[in-house]
Ligand binder design. Sequence first.
Ligand code: IPE
Ligand code: IPE
Ligand code: MG
Length: 249
Amino acid sequence: MEEEELKKRIDPEKLPRHVAIIMDGNGRWAKNQGAERTFGHRNGIRAVRDAINACNEIHIPYLTLYTFSTENWNRPQEEVATLMTLLSETLIEEETEMITKGLRLHVIGDITALPDMVQEQLRHVMDITRDNTRGNLVLALNYGSQREIVKAVKEIADEVKDGSLQPADINEQTIEEHLYTKGIPPVDLVVRTSGEVRISNFLLWQIAYAELQFLDIYWPDFTKKDFFNCILNYQNKERRYGKTSEQIQ
Ligand code: IPE
Ligand code: IPE
Ligand code: MG
């Protein structure tokens, strides 16, 4: 089916509020054509734009993209450097687009470990898009879910220590308020490309009841059509949250 046809079939009443994507397979995509891994990262940017545009067209309010994990620092130094350069170049290119499209940029993860220039650019784009309300783009950068949970536990322990919080009052909401994703709705749909079926330390708390879809394509081949297909599949699921099917209908 063509992209427009797929888009028309999407039910605007049953859209996910938050889609999170594990953009995987750039290296293998490049290797398949005898190129360097970084060639795959460069070609992945078109797919990033497609995902953002697809969300914008059908009005999905939150899109989170797993862009660089806490574990990705263990890659060869040149590859890490190229990823940082690409991030920086793309931020410059996308600045005006984000404003035109009414998108607000958020970052989850510890950006203080990123190169100074990238940090400045991120802060700048977050700042100039602060009042945008049409959609939210969340970049997971130097993000690791376990580290995020450790950070939350430390902050909560400090509040208990200084007496501002009683242990008996700690609940799910307390945890959520100390995660990077504070204020961002839970994830409804996770999409991972590359054929790998794993979560790789991504949003462990936030995906508690998310639908998961694993696609057998590499990230640079991902298109809007794939995105719309994911949404259509998502709309065919019955989200029961522990209830029975009869209770839902
Ligand atoms: C995803 O593609 C991009 C990042 C993790 C930054 P990979 O670089 O992981 O590609 P594969 O999985 O090695 O093919
Ligand atoms: C996950 O992909 C991280 C990002 C997409 C940024 P990886 O390619 O790093 O995941 P693993 O290590 O193979 O699971
Ligand atoms: Mg990978």
